[in-house]
Write a protein that binds this ligand. Structure first.
Ligand code: ZN
Length: 54
């Protein structure tokens, strides 16, 4: 499962969640600390295969 990095706009805490693509698409994520849905998604926590093949 991919891990996503979020930043909560409510308590300004960043956190990571592993979500299935379906859950991610449905927006089923909230801040684990304050349960706010006002979260902003950051870049994926890990970026595998960035295509550095040259
Ligand atoms: Zn929060």
């Amino acid at each position: 499962m991919p891990v996503y990095q979020f930043l909560c706009n409510e308590c300004k805490k960043s956190f990571q969640l592993s979500l299935s693509l379906a859950d991610h698409e449905k927006g089923k994520f909230a801040c684990p600390k304050c349960k706010s849905k006002k979260v902003e998604q950051k870049l994926a926590a890990f970026v595998a295969m960035t295509g550095k093949k040259s």
